[in-house]
Write a protein that binds this ligand. Structure first.
Ligand SMILES: Nc1ncnc2c1ncn2[C@@H]1O[C@H](COP(=O)(O)OP(=O)(O)OP(=O)(O)O)[C@@H](O)[C@H]1O
Ligand SMILES: [Mg+2]
Length: 339
């Protein structure tokens, strides 16, 4: 049940109740001498209007009570002190209208709160819907990854194993290549399984160890020669989330370098300077036009988004024939780290 419906149900027929109280007060007023101030009880009628269905009931009750206060001064037993009569009656009228204004303000505030509450409920409902949709999509993605991608990779592994020559007949070192490929394939399949199970990859590894392993993994016989240079202490200044994002960005940059650049050399450097970590990935390959290439895949957009998420500045400088230079500049002031 919403707050509004609770509010609606708590409204009462305030008009008739106030009228009944007013009649009682008038009778008391009628039978008490003028020095007595029972007319102050009319305030009760106005207070009852807090629960009235309509706002205008407040003003109607206030007008009625003002009229009855004046009427009471004629009806109740005569008094000789006119100043007391005037003081009592005018104070009662001021009090009635003051109460009416307060009641009106209170109702307005309640209405505003009810309105805000309704908006909040609508927002929460919308957000819950979005979350449940995202959850369904993730479930679907997990199913696809498991039933389609993993099974296909498994089939590729079986094919590779079936085509692996016997160790007696391996003049070109093919077995070594196939074994390394099988090893990488298993690693990829394990990562997909971890993703499906909701684990984040390699968040416990330090950047220097993980980068060294990554560069080694990405080095293939026909690909560019990859070099890694890293300042000591850079790893210690990074949180696990920052380390993980940097690793995924470097992995994509190196994958692009290996797949697209036709470079001879590729360089990964990580330096700490002026309270920031600067990661650079460069190659001397064919280069490309970053603005024109955005629609070709997801890698460039993902790198930029991951950099944004950890508060890093991400730049790609490249043009055809001049290699690629990617820079990731991550300020570390928030962690109080000095490099
Ligand atoms: N180091 C590079 N050298 C030359 N061209 C590159 C390099 N990096 C990216 N590109 C070009 O930019 C394009 C877009 O790269 P992006 O990483 O976004 O997509 P992709 O690698 O083609 O596909 P995906 O990353 O989605 O698997 C590439 O297709 C390639 O033409
Ligand atoms: Mg890519």
């Amino acid at each position: 049940m919403t707050t509004e419906s609770v509010q609606e149900q708590s409204r009462i027929p305030a008009g008739p109740i106030a009228l009944a109280i007013a009649v009682v007060v008038l009778l008391i007023d009628d039978y008490t001498p003028q020095e007595m101030p029972p007319q102050f009880l009319y305030v009760l009628c106005v207070l009852v209007a807090v629960r009235a269905h309509r706002e205008r009931t407040i003003w109607r009750i206030a007008v009625l009570c003002t009229f009855l206060t004046l009427l009471g001064s004629y009806l109740s037993p005569p008094s000789f002190d006119m100043s007391i009569i005037l003081f009592n009656r005018s104070t009662a009228i001021v009090l009635i209208w003051l109460t009416a204004v307060l009641v009106w303000r209170y109702r307005r505030t309640q209405d505003t709160l009810r309105h805000l509450n309704k908006e909040l409920e609508a927002r929460v409902a919308r957000r819950t819907q979005e979350l449940s949709r995202a959850f369904d999509e993730r479930e679907q993605l997990n199913r696809d990854l498991h039933d389609d991608v993993l099974q296909s990779l498994y089939a590729v592994g079986l094919e590779l194993e079936a085509g692996r020559p016997s160790s007696l007949n391996d003049p070109g070192g093919v077995i070594g290549h196939i074994d390394r490929t099988l090893h990488q394939l298993k690693h990829v399949m394990q990562q997909i399984r971890n993703y499906i199970a909701g684990f984040h990859p390699s968040s416990h590894e330090t950047l220097d160890m993980a980068l060294a392993a990554l560069v080694k993994d990405m080095t293939i016989a026909q690909g560019p020669h990859l070099h890694l240079t890293m300042d000591p202490g850079v790893s210690d200044s990074l949180s696990p989330e920052q380390t993980e994002s940097i690793l995924l960005i470097v992995r994509e940059a190196l994958s692009n370098c290996v797949r697209h650049s036709r470079a001879q050399q590729g360089f990964v450097t990580a330096q700490g300077q002026n309270g920031a970590v600067l990661i650079e990935i460069q190659d001397d390959g064919v280069g490309f036009d970053p603005d024109g290439a955005k629609k070709d895949g997801h890698g460039l957009a993902n790198m930029a988004a991951r950099a944004r998420a950890i508060g890093a500045e991400f730049t790609i400088v490249s043009w055809p024939g001049h290699g690629v230079h990617i820079a990731l500049d991550l300020p570390l002031q928030q962690r109080g780290v000095r490099l």
